[in-house]
Each structure stands twice: as C-alpha cells, then as structure tokens.
Write a protein that binds this ligand. Sequence first.
Ligand code: 6R9
Length: 631
Amino acid sequence: MLTNIKDFQSYLDTYQESIDNPEKFWGAVAEAFTWNKKWDSVLEWDFTKPEVKWFQGGKLNITVNCLDRHLPERANQTAIIWEPNDPNEAVVKLTYQELFDKVCQFANVLKNNGITKGDRVCIYMPMVPELCIALLACARIGAVHSVVFAGFSSSSLADRINDASCKLVLTSDGGFRGGKTLALKAIVDEALLDCPSVEKSIVLKRTGEAVTMQPNRDLWWHDEVAKADTHCEAEIMDAEDMLFILYTSGSTGKPKGMVHTCGGYMIYTTYTFKNAFQYKEGEIYWCTADIGWITGHSYIVYGPLAAGATSMMFEGVPSYPDMGRFWQVVEKHAVNIFYTAPTAIRALEKADISYVEKYDLSSLRVLGTVGEPINEEAWHWYDDHIGKGKCPIIDTWWQTETGGFMISPIAGITPTKPTYATLPMPGIQPAVMNENGQELAGNGVEGRLCIKFPWPSMARTIYGNHERFRNTYFSAFENKYFTGDGCKKDEDGYYRITGRVDDVIIVSGHNLGTAEIENVIDEHKEVCETAVVGFPHDVKGHAVYAYVTCYHTPDNEEDLRQEIITLVAKTIGPIAKPEKIQFVSGLPKTRSGKIMRRILRKIAEKDTSNLGDTSTLLDPGVVETIIEGAL
Ligand code: 6R9
C-alpha cells in the first residue's frame, strides 16, 4: 500500500501506525512492489555495530520496478523528458518502453565489456538522458554505480575511483553548462593516470569537441551500443545487496562513500516521492538537481520512475541564456511539480521580476526545496511569485546518508510554516539531543538532531570503512544516528533545521568539509596552517572563509590569494573556492592545540560582540589582531 494519506488526520494516523508497528507498516508498503522472492524478515537492526537489514531474504531488481512492471499500463507514457542546455536544441522524450530498451541495451554494453554483478562503475557525465540510462543499466546487471558530479576536479575524481576500485568509467567528450563547455574526457584522462583499477572507459559524444582516445582503453558509446542487443534479463539481487556508492564530504579529511542497498532504498524513495509531493498520475515533475548528487539519484531517477512518474532532467543552469530560464521551462513543459534548492531561489529572486512575470506558471501545483535551510525572504518570494500563493511548498530535509526525505510536509496536507521542514515522514523517529547526550523530550526545544530508529533507505556503511561509519554517525549519541545538523522543535512539534553543527559547510547546497579544504590550502608551499569556516552569504547560503598563516609575510597577498583559489579549484573543484582569504599571523588555539573555530566563525560572521570564553586560549591576543584584519 503506497498511499493512504489523504488529509492531516490520516497523516497523523499513518505516522502513529508506522511508529507503533514499523515492521507491519513497511511490510505493507513493500507489498506494492515486484519481488522475485518475498523477504523472510522485515527488519533486523543493532545501532551499536551498527547493522541494519531490511527485507532480508527478499529478492528483486530495482529496474524491474522502475521499468518492466510499468510496461503493461504505461509503455507509451513519457518516463523522461530531457530539456537541453540550449533552449533551441531539441527536447528528448523517452517513453517507458524506450527507456526500458535503452537501459537493457546499455546493460549489455556493460556486460560485453566485462562488467558483472558487484563490479564498481564510475559515472562522470553531464546531465543527458544517457546518464540516467547508465545508472539504470548498472542496476540492471547488479553493478554498483558511483556517480561523481561532473564539476569535480581530476584529483577528486581519481580519489573516488580509487576508493571504490572502479573497473570502468562512463563519461562524455564534454558537457554544456550555461555558456561554458566542460572538457570531461580530458579530466578523466588526467584522473586515469593514477587509477590502476580502471580497465576501460566508454565515452559518449555530446559536445563533439576533439578528444584523445587511448587504444585498448577508451571506447565510443555509440559504437558499443550499435553492437548490443536490447534484451537483457535483470540480475536478481538480494534486498541488502549494494545498489550504489555516493560520496559526501565529511568533517574530517577525505569524502565518505555512502553505501545504499537495493530493497529498502527502492521502497523508501518511492514511498516518499509519492506521498510528500502527492504525485498524481500523469503529472510532469521537475527536480532541478544534478544526478551527481543524492537528490538526483533518489528524486530524478529511482523514486519517480519506480512510481511511474514523468520525470524531467535539465542539462543547463538557472541563469542561461537568462535569469528566466527555469520559468520558461516550466511554461514550455507545463510542469506541475517543481523541486529546487534555496540557493537557486535566492539567485533568481535578485533578478528583475519581469523574468518571472512573462511566463505562464499556472501549471504548477506543488513546489519543493532541498539542500539547506531556506530563509524566510526566499520562502515568501517562492510562495508569492512562483506558487502565486496557491502551491504548497515542501521543505524537504534529508541527507545523502538518509537516502530519502526525513522531515517534510506532505504537500497540501501538512499546514506549512515558512522555514520549517515541519514533521517527520512516516517511519522516521527524530530525537532532539542536548550536548550531554540527553534527549530533550516534548516541544519547544533546541539541540542536535538524531534519529532513533532505522528507516529503509538509510546508508548501511561507508564503502571500505565501517569503523568510520560507526564513529561518524553512531558514536556521538548512544544508540542513535547523529545527523550533524542542529534543529529547533517549536511549540507545535514542528522541526526547523538550523544548519550543520559539525565542520561541514553547505555552499550553494553542496556539502564541503572544512578539513578537506584546509588540507589543500596547506599544500601550498608558502602556507603554514589554515583554518576554514563558513560565513553567511546572500545567494550561496554559506561561503568559505579561510584564515591562513604563512611561513613568511607574503610579498603580494593578492597573488597568493589567487594561487590558493586556483589550487582549491583544481584539487577539489570550483565549488570549494574560498570567497575570502585572510592572512593572519597566528590562529586562536586552545592549550591542547585545538583551533577554536567557534571564534573564527564569529569573526567571519562579523559578530564579535560576544566571543564567549577565550580564557582557554594559548594566546588571547591573536584574536584582536584577527578581528582588526577581518575581511
Ligand atoms: C539532500 C541533501 C545534507 C545536508 C543536511 C543539512 C542540509 C538538506 C535541508 C537541509 C535545511 C533542508 N539540508 N536539506 N537543511 N533544510 N530542507 O541535500 O543531501 O547533499 O548530503 O546534504 O544538507 O545540513 O545535513 P546532502
């Protein structure tokens, strides 16, 4: 049973049932899917290990649920609408039948190139239909995909390929993004100098620019497809077999390869997609995310397709050819459900309102946001100008680690409040904790957000490092999953996410680990030590502020700044570039040598009236100097 939430009371009842008897609840949801064999047990779990198993003994293939099972009723219904970067290029629409054929065919390409169940395949591609096909083709044969966002640098790509020992890389000659083209194949070439596990790469022609094809390693996508049959039986997977790895930034060092498994992920993304958006048969749904992030995995590809929806993919950016692009696309395709990030809303809100007003947005029924807290002003602008006051806004709070929506309104059913993610989805049991590890029961509390019971789409481990998984998520609070976010629960029991409480900064909705950026800046030969914090930014939400100490006073600060920015862009990717770099003579440290980031954060926020207790600092004088030189 996929949907029975019809009004607020039925949400409350459903929620209560899901908490009183989770196994009965999720067992009933799972009945709505196609299984080769039913599960032996719905849930087994132990957060101390941590070990979580949903639908053990169950056998399935997620692509059968996304494709095959829809064919009897919706073979000719559009599954994917693809809107290109250039508004004058032709739109591509793939029906469920066409998508099915292409997925099976590409699955055969993978097989023909030696990929079998369990092999890891890295996907580094622009937002074209073949990207969606690539994910599903991997899933069809039980290969594990690891999508790397096509904005990451060659060394970030190499790190991710090596971490998962990928055997194959899927890429394209290049990609279009606004007025720019990205030389993706050249970046892959550079990465592969250092990736011994990779045997082959398959290259899609997209921009037509010249690329070097290495014999015995690089193959053209179209050549391989031409040789492949369109029939491919789905590999039968255990519910707990790995479906994909997706990297997310952590508060320490290198990114974490979050592992998601087949059964629970399928059920939860589908259930939350249908219910939170209240998706109705035939509606056009558009999520503007890139498939390189979890939002694209769960809510462009798997959730919508398993629900039999029409899901739109957009290759471009909101500002190209002009700031009206999103609204032009909404009108062009008569989009009913529109799901985007607060950073995009804030950028578009600054453009002239005529960019919105010249388009007919009357098809819109539901709006959504994801990725970071939405500020009140942006919420109202979205509500007034895009939703015209008649479209419910669902502010969906969740994470790469959670796989699907955790706290979100049910569209049109949960009464919303600006900036509040509102109430938990069925099955989700949040707990607000204080710093001493006690749960703050009841309403009107503020603290750290944990989840105290498993849900089907939670990540099962960090690829190759279960100990890090336990440490990061299950050690701060006993028997609870710690999200890394702070939250406020108001008098009505509504949740508002206040932001990260760890060393992760969310810039334009992208997670960046401060330690990761610090490590890169420290590599510059003139740099001695770096401390990175986030500070509020009008459009990006937060931006990167780096405090840097050097071995010698820099000859030219501006040149050194540029070198550092280039180094970060090249090593991690342009999204991680510091907005501000302040050269300082020393960093505020405790006697035990820990950098007091709390103080640096306040200085970056220009809130120096109350720096709190600085008495534990080794050299309190350093703070004054930093404040004087603050940017
Ligand atoms: C889906 C996604 C996760 C972090 C998360 C939180 C922030 C996401 C949010 C939100 C406030 C929302 N976040 N959605 N904060 N309100 N609706 O974004 O996954 O990239 O892993 O980021 O994003 O801080 O912990 P991911």
